[in-house]
Design a protein around this ligand. Structure first.
Ligand code: SF4
Length: 342
C-alpha cells in the first residue's frame, strides 16, 4: 500500500487530485518500495514523453512488485529510447487524416474531434505519444471552425470526442461543445473515448452525469481498461449512474506484453467488465509507435490467445481482436487464417 498521507482525500476535487499526481519517477518508486529499481534512463524516457500517474491509480499497484501490471503501463523504460524498425512517430496516419481544426476523418459517417492534448496519465505505449497536439486540436473554447466544418458535411452522423482525453476538459466546456453538436441536425450520435475515469473515478461527478444524461444525442462512452486490477469498486460505482441515465458503456483495451497477455487475465477482465455493466468491445493489437516496441505481442500469439478466450467466454463477452491500419477505412480484424496455418 502507498502511505496514507499520499493517497487522494475523498474531499479533493478531481482537478486537485490531478494536480497532486506523481510526476517524478523516483517518488513513485520510493512509495512503492522499489527505489533500488530506479535508473537514470527512466528520466531520459520521461523527458521524451512526460511521466504522470494519479495517486489513486498508483494506490492500486502492489508494493515491492516491479512487475505489477499497472506499474509496467506507466513506468518509463530505457527500451523506449531504442528505435526499432517499423515503429514510427505516427503509426495510424493521424496527420494524413487531419482535415484541420482538430477533425480526423478516417471512417465513413464518423469523425474524431481532438479536443485537448491533456491526459490524466501517461501510458508508455500511447499511440499518440508523438502527436503534435498544438497544431492538431480544436482550439480552447473556439469550437466554431470545427463545428462549421461538421455542419457542412451531412454525411457525418457521429462525433467521437478524443484527445488526449476529452474528460480532461471541465464540464462547462464539454457542455458548450455538446450543445453545439446537438444543433447540427445530421449529427445523431456522440461517443467519448476516455481513460480518465479509470485512473481517477472522481471525474464522473454529478454535473457530468447530468450533462451526458440530458443530451439529445445517443451517447456512448468507451473506457480504456487493460487489466482486471483497474476495475475497482470505486470505478464501478462511478460509472453506474452513467448507465442509469442511458449511456452505453464499452471497453477497449490494448494487448500488452507481460501485462495482460494471458488467457486467465483476459477472461477475468471480460467477465469483470460485464459485472460492472461495461461490454468488452475491442482488444487492440499494439499500434507500432516509436518507443513502444517492448509492449508488442506478435500476431500468432495474439490469435492463439483470442481463440482460447473464445472457448471460455460467451460470444457477447468476446472483444474483437483488431488492428488499426493507417489509411484503411475501418479497423482490421486479425485474420483467423494466420493462426490456422501455424
Ligand atoms: S490515456 Fe489514452 S491518449 Fe492518454 S496517454 Fe493513455 S493511451 Fe494515450
Amino acid at each position: 500500500m502507498i502511505p496514507l498521507s499520499s493517497l487522494p482525500l475523498k474531499t479533493e476535487s478531481w482537478q486537485q487530485q490531478l494536480g497532486n499526481a506523481y510526476c517524478q519517477v523516483k517518488e513513485l518508486l520510493a512509495d512503492l518500495e522499489l527505489s533500488t529499481h530506479y535508473r537514470p534512463e527512466m528520466e531520459l524516457a520521461a523527458e521524451a514523453f512526460r511521466f504522470q500517474v494519479p495517486r489513486y491509480f498508483a494506490a492500486l499497484m502492489k508494493k515491492g512488485d516491479i512487475h505489477d501490471p499497472l506499474l509496467l503501463q506507466v513506468l518509463p523504460a530505457a527500451a523506449e529510447l531504442q528505435h526499432k524498425p517499423g515503429f514510427v512517430m505516427d503509426p495510424l496516419g493521424d496527420q494524413d487524416a487531419h482535415e484541420g481544426n482538430g477533425i480526423l476523418h478516417k471512417y465513413h459517417g464518423r469523425v474524431l474531434l481532438i479536443t485537448t492534448g491533456a491526459c490524466a496519465i501517461s501510458c508508455r505505449y500511447c499511440f499518440r505519444r508523438h502527436f503534435p497536439y498544438a497544431s492538431h486540436q480544436a482550439l480552447k473554447n473556439q469550437w466554431q471552425p470545427a463545428l462549421r466544418q461538421l455542419q457542412q458535411d451531412p454525411g457525418i452522423h457521429e462525433v467521437i470526442l478524443s484527445g488526449g482525453d476529452p474528460l480532461s476538459l471541465g464540464n462547462e466546456r464539454l457542455q458548450l461543445l455538446i450543445q453545439e453538436l446537438e444543433r447540427i441536425p445530421h449529427i445523431r450520435r456522440l461517443r467519448i473515448h476516455t481513460r480518465l475515469p479509470v485512473v481517477l473515478p472522481s471525474r464522473i461527478d454529478q454535473p457530468l452525469i447530468e450533462l451526458l444524461g440530458n443530451t439529445t444525442l445517443a451517447t456512448s462512452m468507451v473506457v480504456h481498461i487493460n487489466h482486471p486490477h483497474e476495475l475497482t469498486t470505486e470505478l464501478e460505482q462511478a460509472l453506474c449512474p452513467l448507465r442509469r441515465v442511458g449511456i452505453t458503456l464499452l471497453n477497449q483495451s490494448v494487448l500488452l506484453k507481460g501485462i495482460n497477455d494471458s488467457v486467465s487475465t483476459q477472461v477475468l477482465l471480460c467477465e469483470s467488465l460485464y459485472s460492472a455493466g461495461i461490454l468488452p468491445y475491442y482488444l487492440h493489437q499494439l499500434d507500432h509507435v516509436q518507443g513502444a516496441a517492448h509492449f508488442a505481442v506478435n500476431d500468432q500469439t495474439a490469435l492463439g490467445l483470442h481463440r482460447r478466450m473464445e472457448q471460455r467466454l460467451p460470444g457477447y463477452l468476446l472483444p474483437r481482436l483488431v488492428r488499426e491500419v493507417a489509411g484503411a477505412n475501418s479497423k482490421q480484424t486479425l485474420p483467423r487464417s494466420q493462426n490456422q496455418k501455424k
